[in-house]
Design a protein. Structure first.
Length: 509
């Protein structure tokens, strides 16, 4: 920790030297000689011991910057820019992480930003501030949360953005989506609480724990809103921006008051009593929060799922791509590899076919499997079921993937295929699956992931040959999906294709 303190002091020293050098530059001095009032104004704004000096300047600039970011997200929403186009894909990708235990943890975390928990927290902090006679802190707390909630409510009505239409959203919400009230209030309440603790103690370890804990809670609450399907990612991002702006403005005002007080506030509680009251009120707040979490379980929202569309052998291809993309997509929706394999059969038939051909199902992405992949890459040890980078089609990540290791048996090199289930059904019981296949030939940091063999058609043809050799297909038809194409995937690896695909009708197994 000391090295970071020294680094901060070193950077601060450099900044002071640069500012001093610029300020004393002959040309700058000549300019200010002609404009003495401007020089006096800037000097006061950059002087630390001026009441409306450096603290106000830095705080004001930070506030304005984050306000600018907030309106940038609003502009992106109306202009349907990149971040908005990525919203649904990010939401669908996050759902891959869902597990029963993690769901419960995220629900508890999201309650930490809900109005009942925050209201109870505000009440406890207000009691403590009242006993300590910290009037400015008390007023700031009420203004921060009260006006903040009002701002969120008004903005939601003005923007009127609908909630994400996820099939399995885990958080019931009836109001509009933009911005995220939980995220905004979390930044303001927990950020202000961290500031109160930070300025009331000189113990470095307490300050570090306080700041880290507040940041962790704020980030987790924002993530929980996306994880539970309650908000679009851009809702949370906009709340981060405007929340930081509002918090910075409040802290700036409090810092000016603290550094330049008109009169010294008299402490009415001894140190021991203050600690006792603090821990007591924290206990009350925790009991309320845990009790509310236990007695108010969230009920998942169930949306209607699009009905399956019946297709025949003659109508399958035309109906399939009449309403859905012909290519996979990156996170922003840009076209990537064309669909080059279409399978007709049940999921068990599909999975059994690939297992008989020696393919293995890729693990789901998680912290554990991601770490295992890193270790396998660094040590060049086998990991034949390593998860791959999710690919999108029709805004959703692939349902699963299969891969086959080469003779090298390393994570760097493998055959790879992504699968998506469609809402089309053949012969009353068989599903229609689309897929993209390629060969991962190396992990290259220049392309931010696996570099693929640019001739992606070779992998498609290899899968067809394996199917025929193992006698796993009733029939295989060739169709032209797109024109011959040159492109690149989301990792930046280039490819070329003739644009054709094979429709494989699987045998009953």
């Amino acid at each position: 920790m000391l090295k970071y303190v020294y680094m901060f002091k070193f950077i601060a020293s450099i900044i002071r030297s640069v500012v001093k050098g610029v300020w004393n530059d002959p040309y700058i001095e000549k300019f200010f000689a002609k404009h003495p009032k401007l020089k006096l104004f800037l000097k006061k704004r950059l002087t630390p011991n001026e009441k409306y000096g450096l603290v106000l300047t830095v705080g004001g600039l930070i506030t304005l910057y984050f306000v600018y970011l907030f309106f940038g997200v609003v502009e992106d929403y109306y202009g349907r820019d990149l971040i908005i186009q990525s919203d649904l894909r990010i939401l669908n990708l996050v759902q891959v992480l869902r597990q029963p235990l993690f769901n419960k943890i995220m629900i508890f975390i999201t309650y930490l930003g809900g109005w009942p928990t925050v209201f109870a927290g505000v009440a406890c902090v207000a009691v403590l501030l009242l006993l300590m006679r910290r009037w400015y802190h008390l007023v700031s707390l009420f203004i921060a949360v009260g006006l903040g909630e009002l701002f969120v409510a008004v903005t939601k009505i003005i923007i009127a953005r609908p909630r994400p239409p996820l099939v399995n959203a885990l958080a019931p919400e009836k109001t509009y989506s933009f911005p995220s009230g939980h995220t905004f209030v979390a930044i303001v309440f927990y950020g202000l609480l961290a500031y109160f603790i930070f300025v009331s103690t000189q113990k470095r370890w307490v300050r570090i724990i306080t700041v880290v804990s507040a940041l962790l809670i704020i980030l987790l609450i924002g993530f929980s809103r996306i994880y539970l399907g309650a908000h679009w990612p851009s809702d949370v991002l906009s709340s981060d921006a405007v929340g930081v702006a509002w918090l910075t403005a409040l802290i700036t005002a409090l810092e000016i008051k603290r550094r330049f007080p008109r009169m010294t506030e008299k402490e009415v509680l001894t140190h021991k009593r203050k600690e006792a009251f603090t821990f007591g009120l924290i206990g009350v707040w925790l009991i309320f929060t845990i009790g509310f979490y236990i007695t108010h379980p969230l009920k998942p929202i169930t949306y209607s799922v699009q009905a399956n569309t019946e297709v025949t052998e003659s109508t399958l291809f035309n109906k399939l791509f009449d309403t859905v993309p012909k290519t996979s997509e990156d996170l922003s929706g840009q076209a990537m590899e064309p669909i080059d394999l279409i399978f007709v059969g049940t999921r068990s038939e599909l999975e059994n076919a690939f297992q008989k051909m020696g393919w293995q199902k890729a693990d789901r992405i998680s912290v554990k499997t991601a770490w295992k992949s890193v270790v396998a890459f660094l040590t060049r040890k086998p990991y034949p079921t390593a998860p791959g980078t999710p690919s999108f089609w029709n805004s959703v990540p692939n349902d699963f993937a299969y891969e086959k290791s080469t003779d090298k048996n390393v994570i760097n090199e493998r055959e790879h295929i992504h699968f998506w289930e469609t809402n089309f059904i053949y012969n009353y019981s068989q599903l229609v699956w689309v897929a993209t296949a390629h060969f991962d030939k190396a992990i290259d940091f220049k392309v931010k992931g696996h570099e693929i063999d640019p001739a992606i058609d070779k992998e498609r043809d290899s899968v067809r040959a394996e199917m025929q050799q193992a006698d796993l297909a009733e029939s295989i038809n060739e169709v032209q999906v797109v024109e011959p194409t040159l492109g690149q995937n989301q990792a930046g690896s280039k490819f070329f294709t003739d644009g054709k695909a094979y429709i494989v009708y699987l045998k009953n197994q």
